[in-house]
Structures are given as structure tokens and as C-alpha cells.
Design a binder for this molecule. Structure first.
Ligand SMILES: [Mg+2]
Length: 366
């Protein structure tokens, strides 16, 4: 048995290539990436990480450095699921869900990296997957893009080979949203999948009105129309309109997914391993989804989620997100141009190997 000798945390704050905005969080200028290195007494290193939209990353890094590190030193890193419970218990009283889930996620991903490297397996195979292909869509934080720029941006996804796109909605008026949805549908044609994302900006009534309009343009799902805590609201929107609802990026525990699926009747759960408890949390959500006959899609961190979705019998849609974490790794997301599928990495471990030279200019104290 080996033990955890040290846990090192680094904090990076990376400027976005351009300012982007959505209907809830306003303008994004940076994204943050706290990176965790779990080091064993036999000198193996597992690397994990989480990310934020530019706020709170230092606090996450501190929580890992002080609380989670103390909880895990000397423990056997092979007991990943047990250590997940140890971490949950260590910070439960002060941070059930919320910030704590980001911190636990980063460490959990590092533990899975150790496990997969030790097994000599790529993550998707270790988790039981048989195919490395994942259906992928282009998702942009494009609410403030003028229409010509919006069209040009999504044309780029099609040129890459992707067969699905998603845009932000939640403009000042519904008429503006409809105009953009209509223009996009005309550009992409009838065979490209098309989704929209309101980033929790509406009331149930507003969402019902919008969903009825969007259905005319063959929208696959409406993402986060309302506050995610309003579980029943999701069901009301779906029941009243027939529109499938997607949500999950703002849920922080597998139990919250269980509730949103049970009471909200969502059609497309979208866990994010960076904030739902890492790979352990993601796989719990995948199991809950499976027994409810739902596909699992993912939000953000496409460089890792490609392996998680590839592992699932109920794999849904991989989001190619606008925070380009993958550009700071040695293997940015690989898309098969012919099929439009993303391809999971074959190297042992999570397959997310950071390019620390490229990251170096963005390292900051926390
Ligand atoms: Mg979203």
C-alpha cells in the first residue's frame, strides 16, 4: 500500500481570448484553474483540477490546501470512493455542496489520475467504456455577439465537423431571441442539432412562452431556463410545452441531481466533474441518470469529460465549452472531422496533461 505524502495546490488565472457574456453572470474576462498534485510516498503524482468563471478560485485553492490536505495526508490513495466520503465529511458542516464541491472535485480527479496511471489504462477504459467516440456540440458564451458575429462563430463549429451547436438566449426581448434562433437554424440547416441556453434568467412563465416559440425551430433542449433550485418549475415548463429541459451545471451534489430528475423531470442532466464532486460525483450522477433512462451530457472541461462520457452506456452530448482549458494541455480536444465526434485520449491516466510552461505566465498567489 502507498500513502499520500503531500498535496500541492497551484492557482492560475487565465484571460479569455475575448470578453464573453451570458444572461446571468454578466461579462466574463478570465477563467480560473486551481490545479492539485497528489503525491504518494512511492513518488507517483496524480493531477486534478477544477475551474471557475473568474471568481472564487483562490478560496477553492485555500480550502484544498488547508482542509482537504489535512484530511487526506497519510491515507491510501487507492481508496478513491472512500476518500470522497472522507472529504465530504471533513468540510460538510461548513460547505455542503457549494465551494466545497469544487475543492473536492479537484482532489478527486487527481486521485482518479493516480488510479488510472497505476492501472496503465486510459480513463474511459478504466471506467468500462468500449468506444472512445463522443457526440459533441459547439457551445458558446455568445449572448452579446451581434448577429453576424454569432453566425460566423457557429459556422466555425460546423467547419470543424461538429453536427450540433448551442447558443445563449435571454436577450432583453423574446423577439430578439427568436430572431437569433431563426437565423441560426437557417444557417445550419435542418440536420444539425440545435440547443439553447438561458442561464437561469427566466421565470417559469417566461420560459414557457419562449419554449413554445423555440419549438418551431426544432430545438433539442432548452438549458437552464430557471433557477435550478426550483425543481418543480422544470417539470411545469416541460409539461406545458413539450420542450425537453437540460440542467445541472449549477447543481453541486449527486443528490441534487436525484431531486431535479425526480421532481423536475429534466430530459438532459448535465453534470460537470469540476463542481459535482469530481469523477466520483460525475459517475454517481451517471448512474442516477441511467436508472431513470436518461442520457448524460456534460458541461465544460471537455478535455476530461470526453473520457467520462465515452465510458458511459448512456452517453449524451459533450459540450465544447468557451473556457479553453484544453488549450493549456498537451492534447487539446480532438474532433474527428468526418464524424464530428470527439475522441477520448488513450494514454494512461485522465489524459489531461497540463502544459505548465504555457500556464506559467498565469500563475498567481492565493
Ligand atoms: Mg449552460
Amino acid at each position: 500500500m502507498s500513502t499520500i505524502k503531500d498535496i500541492i495546490v497551484e492557482y492560475y488565472r487565465i484571460p479569455l481570448p475575448e470578453l464573453v457574456s451570458d444572461a446571468k453572470h454578466g461579462v466574463h474576462t478570465h477563467f480560473e484553474v486551481p490545479i492539485v498534485k497528489v503525491i504518494t510516498d512511492d513518488n507517483r503524482v496524480g493531477v486534478g483540477y477544477t475551474y471557475t468563471g473568474g471568481f472564487g478560485g483562490r478560496s477553492v485553492a485555500k480550502l484544498i490546501q488547508i482542509e482537504l490536505r489535512n484530511a487526506l495526508l497519510g491515507k491510501d490513495p487507492a481508496n478513491v470512493e472512500h476518500l470522497w466520503e472522507v472529504m465530504q465529511t471533513a468540510v460538510h458542516y461548513l460547505g455542503h455542496g457549494g465551494l466545497a464541491s469544487f475543492a473536492i472535485s479537484a482532489v478527486d480527479i487527481a486521485l482518479w489520475d493516480l488510479r488510472a496511471k497505476k492501472a496503465g489504462e486510459p480513463l474511459y477504459k478504466l471506467l468500462g467504456g468500449s468506444s472512445n467516440e463522443v457526440f459533441t456540440y459547439g457551445g458558446a458564451i455568445d449572448l452579446s455577439f451581434p448577429l453576424p458575429k454569432l453566425l460566423a462563430h457557429h459556422k466555425k463549429y460546423l467547419d470543424m465537423g461538429l453536427k450540433a451547436i448551442k447558443i445563449k438566449v435571454g436577450q432583453k426581448t423574446l423577439a430578439e431571441d427568436i430572431e437569433r434562433v431563426k437565423a441560426l437554424r437557417e444557417m445550419i440547416g435542418p440536420d444539425t442539432l440545435f440547443m439553447v441556453d438561458a442561464n437561469m434568467s427566466w421565470t417559469v412563465e417566461q420560459a414557457i412562452k419562449a419554449a413554445r416559440e423555440f419549438l418551431k425551430y426544432d430545438i433539442l433542449f432548452l438549458e437552464e431556463p430557471i433557477d435550478p433550485n426550483n425543481y418543480e418549475g422544470h417539470k411545469i415548463i416541460a409539461d406545458r410545452t413539450g420542450m425537453a429541459i437540460a440542467a445541472g451545471e449549477n447543481l453541486r451534489t449527486p443528490m441534487e441531481f436525484a431531486h431535479l430528475i425526480k421532481y423536475g423531470q429534466i430530459g438532459f442532466p448535465q453534470p460537470d466533474a469540476s463542481n459535482v464532486g469530481g469523477i466520483t460525483g460525475f459517475m454517481k450522477v451517471a448512474a442516477i441518470s441511467h436508472v431513470n433512462n436518461l442520457p448524460v451530457s456534460a458541461h465544460g472541461m471537455q478535455e476530461l469529460h470526453v473520457s467520462l462520457l465515452a465510458a458511459l452506456p448512456n452517453k449524451g452530448y459533450l459540450e465544447m465549452h468557451s473556457f479553453p482549458i484544453d488549450q493549456y494541455t498537451t492534447r487539446p480536444l480532438v474532433i474527428d472531422k468526418k464524424t464530428g465526434y470527439a475522441i477520448a485520449p488513450e494514454e494512461p491516466g485522465t489524459g489531461v496533461t497540463f502544459d505548465f510552461e504555457k500556464l506559467a505566465p498565469f500563475k498567481e498567489e492565493f
